[in-house]
Write a protein that binds this ligand. Structure first.
Ligand SMILES: [Zn+2]
Ligand SMILES: [Zn+2]
Length: 313
């Protein structure tokens, strides 16, 4: 564990130095995961700012809209390339996703690709089976070993300098967002004082609380969805399908489906498996912003149905 100016600066430029696949030593580095502690601590600010319906509604809106950017862009685009888009739009997607404060798009996707290759083995970056539950949920993010972006895992996107820039300066956009929320709240308090909000209240609810809950919501897929739920497909790992997790993660809860076939845009394979991220992506495709959404192959759908009827028999 180390605390120092250099590592605190690195928490801002969180992966300024790429390790290019060479793992650093194991251990917690408090200063470099400063933002992780900072967003949790900031939630306590609610004691001083109180609440208003406007602030709570904004926190919900920012939770779900940013969850969409994580599942649609960080996961289904940057990690698995399940649809196509333009170079300009992929930059916009990465910029929006960085508001979630889950480091850069290239960092996120490079670790996720490793997870699929090594699911629930000793080499899995976040398995609740070969490591502890806490490790799979949050510990792995705070560990020195997992700070750097392994650009070898994500060469297809690392060739775009604008994405590497965003990946390195991934705290910049969340900072702008927090400042923007403050001024929005101050403006509202002057113009529409009946809403009972102000700058600091919007910062605490819209930035700190919403971002902290969003982090834990996302993390349930690494922890809970490898423990609780049903396994439709034999994937050789512990991935599960879980309806409740699919609600809070906008469709990511169909994790066993996804581990079995990771190349399709949709993760709820059947109409009864609710997948709001997929519906949102269909909408973006209708607007012409993305294209070539990859379907689930018929043989996979048939196999899933066969397993279902075998289980019911
Ligand atoms: Zn995945
Ligand atoms: Zn998984």
């Amino acid at each position: 564990m180390k605390l120092g100016l250099k590592s605190a600066v690195q928490s801002f430029y969180s992966d300024f130095q790429s390790n290019n696949g060479n793992e650093e030593e194991d251990g917690l580095d408090i200063a470099r995961c400063f933002s992780l502690f900072f967003i949790h601590l900031g939630c306590l600010g609610v004691i001083w700012v109180g609440w208003s319906w406007f602030a709570i509604s904004l926190a919900f809106f920012l939770y779900f809209s940013r969850m969409f950017t994580i599942t649609a862009f960080l996961h289904r685009y940057f990690s698995h390339r399940t649809f196509k888009t333009s170079r300009f739009m992929q930059f916009i997607f990465a910029a929006f996703a960085s508001t979630a404060l889950q480091r850069g798009a290239l960092w996120w996707a490079s670790h996720h690709r490793k997870h699929h290759r090594e699911s629930d083995t000793d080499n899995d970056v976040h398995s609740p089976h070969t490591h502890s539950f806490i490790w799979s949920h949050i510990g792995w993010i705070a560990n020195k070993k997992n700070f750097a972006t392994d650009y070898d895992q994500i060469r297809d996107f690392a060739k775009f300098p604008e994405l590497v820039f965003l990946n390195r300066l991934n705290k910049l956009i969340p900072l702008i967002m927090a400042i923007g929320l403050f001024y929005l709240g101050e403006w509202i308090s002057l113009r529409w004082s009946f809403l009972g909000t102000n700058g600091w209240q919007l910062v605490i609810w819209g930035f700190f609380i919403s971002t902290t809950v969003l982090l834990h919501g996302t993390s349930t897929i690494n922890s809970l969805s490898h423990i609780y739920g049903k396994q439709r497909f034999n994937t050789g790992d512990h991935s599960r399908n879980n309806f409740w997790l699919s609600l809070i993660t906008l469709g990511e809860g169909w994790h066993n489906n996804h581990h079995y076939y990771m190349h399709s845009t949709r993760q709820g394979f059947y109409w009864w498996e609710i997948d709001p991220t997929y519906y949102g992506l269909k909408l973006l495709a209708m607007c012409g912003l993305i294209y070539d959404l990859r379907p689930v192959p018929q043989r996979v759908l048939d196999e899933g149905l066969k397993k279902k009827s075998n289980n019911e028999a």
